[in-house]
Design a protein around this ligand. Structure first.
Ligand SMILES: [Zn+2]
Length: 57
């Protein structure tokens, strides 16, 4: 279990779809970045799920 090293608010003002929370499938508000082995993993979370965000290898 790894905590995100950085979180980035999802820009709401783009024409792209914001994407959906990986936990509950609501509209995501935050991108959380995790350091993997040699890669950065980006996951999307809503406000409700961000506090319990973790990445499992
Ligand atoms: Zn969620």
């Amino acid at each position: 279990m790894v905590k995100p090293f950085k979180t980035v608010p999802v820009e709401v003002n783009t024409k792209k779809t914001p994407g959906y929370c990986v936990v509950c499938s609501r509209v995501a508000t935050t991108h959380a970045l995790f350091k993997g082995e040699g890669v950065v993993i980006l996951q999307r979370y809503c406000d409700g799920c961000l506090p319990k965000a973790d990445y499992k290898y």
